[in-house]
Design a protein around this ligand. Structure first.
Ligand code: ADP
Length: 492
């Protein structure tokens, strides 16, 4: 029986066709360079017919003058010596005088007396590779130029700035920053920089840093940094990924001296702590006295009116003192939560009845009326009342104020929307800071700038988030979320 392999062998391996149409050029030449065999691919690249080349041209006729010298002086002696030479680049000239870059691989064929009779060579066209290499080189040069320009400009600006690798390794601090810290501009590894952080802030700052880098979103850290003379001052380290979307190639950041501001806030905190504790006792006494006086009131109209007015004012003062005490408690972590399960819509309606009696703006409740939360009801009421009171106070022209509760992804979101003057974009980021008050084009509103700070701390203590969307001239939507309680099914 005939061997099946023999039958199809001619179909499988046509060595001649493989040689002729290979994706690289093949040619063989004698020791004096005369070409004795060449494949179709190479002929096509060169623009010659086989008859123009075989026995007519030497391999060196395909090279430039410099290439010829190089071939004679180095390449051929090397081939003779080693028998094989790989990937040496030559500029190869076509029939029409144009050229392309090629890589020449050669190996020798010897007779029995070990005399070289021919050299086989493989030629690879590296035009694309060269183009790619030169594009890469240009891109590298461009990047280096951009880096130099960036460093030049950043060294002369008064701000302290830095850059870091995508993994968060600081790889550049500008001159101003290095001078401030008293370090070498290039000596900016993490250990050098972390030694400049106040020991009490170090762990927290590094944790915040790692968390921020992992999240891949802009973040900021407040920390004390030691200046060149050894004095610690508060700074705000801001970091932004570049680009903001897609794969991060670097982090850019600034470092702002906020020492005076932090000191001011600390002084206020201290004053408030002392004042609130000093005021609490006499105001409680005043409240009790008024209650007694009300009970003893003989019923005279004017007397009743004055007592009501006094009680209302004392309640207001007590509310303000409560806010001040809350700040102190929040700062020292002494605001315990008393959580129960309740329907958020009940809470919203309660808040409306408390407030609606005194104001003309219409309060509307909408959304998921069945949503339940497991939270401290009094504290939640404090947050919602604060948001509604703010809407009433700062959006007096808003005919209606919408309270909405919705459940999204395991969280209950409560929002208070007004159609008031809104808040300028640059102020929005500061609204939840202690003592921050935005100005409202000359209109003076009373307040301490603590309501939103307290609200945000209460929400955060519940594991939620708080925020605002506001458009000047359109209105504001303050919102907060708290985790929805787990249903029995969720725990499976
Ligand atoms: P306070 O009301 O005592 O100033 P808050 O912390 O409650 O303190 O509010 C901080 C600031 O936020 C306010 O001073 C005000 O400028 C701004 N603000 C709060 N709510 C609104 C609102 N609904 N519309 C416009 N501005 C608001």
């Amino acid at each position: 029986m005939k061997n099946v392999n023999e039958d199809i062998a001619h179909l499988l391996v046509d060595a001649e066709a493989l040689y002729e149409d290979a994706p690289c050029g093949y040619c063989s030449f004698r020791p004096d360079g005369t070409i004795i065999k060449i494949n179709r691919t190479l002929l096509t690249w060169l623009g010659y017919a086989a008859g123009d080349v075989v026995g007519q041209l030497r391999i060196t006729d395909l090279f430039s003058k410099g290439g010829r010298i190089y071939y004679e002086m180095f390449y051929y002696p090397l081939v003779q010596m080693t028998g094989v030479v790989k990937e040496i680049s030559f500029e190869i000239f076509r029939k029409d005088g144009t050229s392309f870059p090629g890589l020449l691989n050669a190996n020798v064929i010897r007779d029995q007396a070990q005399q070289i009779v021919a050299i086989n060579c493989v030629l690879i066209d590296i035009t694309d590779r060269k183009k790619y290499e030169s594009e890469l080189l240009n891109a590298k040069k461009f990047a280096e130029l951009a880096k130099d320009q960036f460093e030049f400009v950043s060294d002369y600006i008064p701000e302290m700035i830095w850059t870091a690798t995508p993994a968060g390794e600081i790889n550049y601090v500008n001159k101003r920053f290095a001078d401030y810290l008293g370090i070498e501009p290039l000596n900016n590894s993490i250990p050098v920089l972390s030694a400049c952080i106040h020991p009490d802030d170090r762990l927290q700052s590094l944790r915040g840093w790692v968390r921020g880098i992992r999240a891949g979103k802009p973040f900021q850290i407040q920390l004390r940094l030691k200046d060149a003379s050894g004095i610690y001052k508060w700074h705000l380290l801001k970091s932004v990924p570049y680009p903001q979307t897609g794969a991060i190639v670097k982090w850019l950041g600034s470092c702002l001296d906020i020492h005076a501001h932090v000191m001011e806030v600390e002084q206020k905190d201290e004053f408030i702590s002392v004042a609130s504790h000093e005021l609490r006792t006499p105001v409680t006494g005043l409240k009790l006295s008024l209650q007694l006086l009300s009970r003893m009131n003989s019923g005279g109209e004017k007397q009743t009116q004055l007592l009501d007015q006094a009680s209302r004012n004392v309640r207001k003062i007590a509310g303000l003192i409560d806010d001040l005490l809350n700040v102190d408690r929040l700062k020292t972590g002494q605001l315990p939560l008393n959580r129960t399960l309740f329907q958020i819509s009940d809470l919203l309606r309660n808040c409306c009845t408390v407030i609606q009696t005194e104001n003309e703006q219409r309060l509307e409740v909408s959304g998921d009326t069945n949503a339940e939360v497991f939270a401290d009801e009094n504290r939640m009421e404090q947050v919602v009342v604060n948001l509604i009171s703010n809407a009433i106070k700062y959006a007096p022209g808003s005919k209606k104020i919408i309270l909405q509760a919705i459940t999204i992804e395991g969280m209950v979101e409560v929002s208070v929307t007004d159609q008031g003057p809104g808040i300028a974009k640059e102020k929005v980021a500061h609204l939840f800071e202690r003592y921050y008050r935005a100005d409202h084009s000359g209109v003076k509103y009373s307040g301490l700038g603590l309501g939103l700070y307290i609200s945000s701390e209460i929400v955060k203590k519940h594991g939620g988030m708080i925020g605002v969307q506001s458009e000047p001239g359109i209105g504001s939507r303050f919102w907060f979320t708290i985790p929805a309680p787990l249903k029995p099914d969720d725990t499976k």
